[in-house]
Design a protein around this ligand. Structure first.
Ligand SMILES: Cc1ncc(COP(=O)(O)O)c(C=O)c1O
Length: 398
């Protein structure tokens, strides 16, 4: 029997999806699951983006252009120009199959096998999978719930930089913590990148969803200082509730990096044509759509946070953006706790699905008392889900 490669066997399980096989049997038994485990919003996609589907004429459905359909790229350019990044040209933007593909391209671009990328844990757990696929090692700088998962002192970050470090990676606003980094924090990272000759990879897929009038700083605003070192990952998945359309973006002014990414794009021939025709509608989405969705997430955040911290032993930091909160619970093993909910705890034929915290860390033992909650459900459902968590904690800790 030929052996499956070690590299392949060692690909970590996505902590967001790893409980998924338990779902179908529960649903078949009529058990309602509150899905707090994944950021697949219930907010409606803008109607204007559905129009191309209703009026589809092209037959056959051909490949899209490998680097992105011109109409989609033009729409993206207009969007970034409106944000103030008018230096961007179409060659600086590559349409990818979700931000997920852009992420793997970025890892492959900056690092040789066994090189290191610095991340701030807890971080988006699929970075672990992307790193394993591209043979890169993620080296974590741990952040703490006590200061809202903001960056630790520069010395703690610098201590993790080795000759193999090639890039610093972060999401801003951050999944899973909801942290929006301040200008001062981004300045620190920019200075470190200059001093240690590193790339900076900024994952900005939640750019629009920051609360309490916070405005996340895009790394694109540093382009004149670091033209060749900046890679921005972006996506339409969350911004327009378009998760299933698989529309991502890689942005860089580094020409040789872009050439390499285009070679990968050419080898997979095309992103989705229909998806990109939908994406090209983005400039027709009204500003009021974004502000209404932003308000919706902010008020869900308030409801969820206020309910959660009423539970004895539960601590959380009020998220500043995105639509996730990392919650510390009075338990020892959140993997077991999340599994137990699905397999054993179904009050009134209902249960909750949570993402265990450990998958968002690389440091062994971290996150074992934490779970990540995505507030992509209506307020009523969030309240009920928190009630079930409270009941569950009482039962589990008996
Ligand atoms: C921080 C972050 N980056 C990237 C992605 C990838 O999203 P997609 O591939 O749907 O664009 C996600 C999805 O949850 C995310 O949370």
């Amino acid at each position: 029997m030929p052996q499956i490669s070690e590299r392949f066997k060692n690909i970590p399980v996505s902590s967001i999806r790893k409980l998924s096989p338990l779902v179908a049997p529960l649903k078949a038994q009529g058990i309602k699951i509150y899905h707090l485990n994944i950021g697949d919003p219930d907010v409606k996609t803008p109607e204007v983006m559905l129009e191309p589907l209703k009026n589809w004429q092209e037959n056959p459905i051909r490949y899209a252009q490998a680097a992105g359909e011109p109409a989609f790229i033009q729409a993206l350019l207009k969007y970034y120009h409106q944000l103030g990044f008018d230096f961007l040209k179409s060659n600086d933007i590559l349409a990818t199959i979700g931000g997920s593909e852009a992420m793997v391209m970025a890892f492959l671009a900056v690092a040789e096998v066994d090189d290191e990328i610095l991340v701030f844990e807890p971080f988006y757990s699929n970075y672990n999978v992307g790193a394993a696929v591209s043979g890169v090692k993620l080296v974590s700088v741990t952040t703490s719930i006590n200061n809202g998962f903001h960056l630790p002192p520069v010395g703690d970050i610098e201590a993790k930089i080795t000759p193999r470090t090639k890039a610093i990676l972060f999401s801003n606003p951050c999944n899973p913590t909801g942290t929006v980094y301040t200008k001062e924090e981004i300045n620190v990272l920019v200075e470190l990148a200059k001093k240690h000759n590193l790339f900076l990879i900024s994952d900005e897929v939640y750019r629009e969803y920051a609360f309490d009038n916070k405005v996340p700083v895009s790394l694109l605003s540093y382009i004149s200082e670091l033209p060749d070192r900046i890679i921005v990952l972006d996506s339409l998945s969350k911004r327009y509730s378009l998760c299933g359309a698989r529309l991502g973006v890689l942005i860089t002014l580094n020409e040789s990096l872009m050439q390499g990414a285009i070679k990968i794009a050419q080898s997979r021939l095309s992103g989705g044509l229909i998806d990109q025709v939908i994406g090209a509608q983005l400039t027709k989405v009204s500003a009021s759509y974004i502000s209404a969705v932003q308000q919706e997430y902010q008020s869900r955040r308030d409801v969820l946070y206020n309910e959660l911290v009423k539970i004895p032993g539960v601590t959380a930091y009020k998220p500043e953006g995105a639509f996730y909160v990392m919650v510390s619970l009075p338990i020892k093993d959140s993997d077991d706790f999340c599994f137990w909910f699905l397999t054993e705890f179904h009050p009134n034929n209902e249960t909750v699905m949570l993402a265990p915290g450990s998958g968002f860390y690389t440091t062994a033992g971290m996150g074992k008392n934490e779970v990540r909650i995505a507030y992509v459900l209506k307020e009523q459902d969030l309240k009920r889900a928190v009630e079930i968590i409270k009941l569950g904690l009482e039962e589990y800790n008996k």
